[in-house]
Design a protein around this ligand. Structure first.
Ligand code: ADP
Ligand code: MG
Length: 304
């Protein structure tokens, strides 16, 4: 059962939106509204992410329920960023309200229909490069916007670098690299990869804005390239046909090239973010390829 969360004037925590769309989270909506009767059962599950379970919610919505108990700060970032991106006219499902359910927090989103871009790559491996071109155009459109109200990119990275599982020398090199990198006010998604794009009938839509920041587009490009190179996403037969390392490195290279051709940041600007981003990847939940990422970070750190 979903219980109403407390309501804040900025519309962040609300419940009324379910019943009265025009009044989502209005300040006069007192807590204690009737709970939604939409059950969160396996039959309603439409997606599983690393940080959430996503349930069908009524006819036109889904509830993205975070796995972590309580109200992780990422929920607020995701809600704010998705609202901002949608208001800017980017292809993003509308975020309606933040809800609570049995001690967990979720966001009510407009429901999209379609598989992910990753599904499309797996189904048609030879179309992977075309899909990456589409991903680059989406990111280019996102980075063309400003996102001043979101968390600061360098500050968010610095916190992750400080908590990362790396030797002191690597951490110091990453912090020093970060200090030399430019700030910025552009809207950055922070986790753009083919699994975070839904190919709806009216075109690809970007989901999962919890790592969104205000910052430098070069960092956003570098992060996507890094996810293509080291992320857990399995791009299917295309990446498997080539030797894995070379194949994934080639896809990452191709992606940066796509962004460059669209007028995005140059290779050196992108490469400058690699060390702090690699180190930041060694923060939080450990990945299966942690040793590989650490080795890459150590190599880069030793060159600085
Ligand atoms: N607005 C939506 N409409 C339909 N399905 C969605 C929507 N948002 C997420 N999903 C489904 O849930 C999955 C996980 O969502 P995501 O936001 O990426 O969660 P996580 O942050 O846990 O990775 C997606 O791959 C997709 O299948
Ligand atoms: Mg996701």
């Amino acid at each position: 059962m979903i219980h109403p969360a407390d309501v804040a004037p900025d519309g962040l925590f609300g419940h009324g939106a379910l019943h009265r769309p025009g009044r989502a989270g209005a300040a006069d909506e007192a807590p204690g509204l009737p709970p939604s009767d939409v059950p969160l059962s396996l039959a309603h599950l439409v997606g599983l992410g690393r940080s959430s379970e996503v349930f069908r919610h009524g006819r036109g919505h889904v509830l993205k329920l975070y796995r972590a108990p309580g109200r992780p700060p990422a929920v607020v970032t995701e809600f704010r960023a998705a609202r901002l991106a949608h208001a800017l006219g980017l292809p993003v499902p509308r975020a309606v309200a933040i809800l609570e359910s049995e001690g967990r927090t979720g966001i009510l989103f407009e429901r999209l229909h379609g598989g992910t871009m990753l599904d499309a790559c797996r189904r048609r491996p030879l179309a992977t490069l075309t899909e990456l071109g589409r991903l680059a155009r989406l990111q280019h459109a996102i980075n063309a916007c400003e996102g001043p109200s979101l968390p600061d990119q360098r500050e968010a990275l610095r916190l992750q670098v400080e908590g990362a599982r790396v030797p002191g020398a690597v951490r110091r090199a990453a912090i020093a690299a970060l200090a030399r990198l430019p700030g910025g006010l552009r809207l950055c998604h922070g986790d753009l990869h083919p699994e975070n794009v839904i190919c709806a009938p009216n075109g690809p839509h970007v989901i999962d804005w919890q790592k969104a920041t205000s910052g430098d587009p070069a960092a956003d490009v570098a992060r996507t390239a890094l996810l293509l190179r080291y992320g857990r996403i399995d791009l299917g037969r295309l990446a498997r046909r080539l030797p894995i390392d070379a194949g994934r490195a080639a896809l990452a290279w191709f992606y940066v090239e796509c962004r460059r051709e669209l007028g995005g940041p140059g290779r050196e600007e992108v490469a400058a973010w690699r060390l702090p981003l690699l180190v930041a990847r060694l923060y939080g939940q450990p990945a299966a390829n942690e040793a590989e990422v650490l080795a890459a970070a150590e190599r880069l750190a030793s060159r600085t």
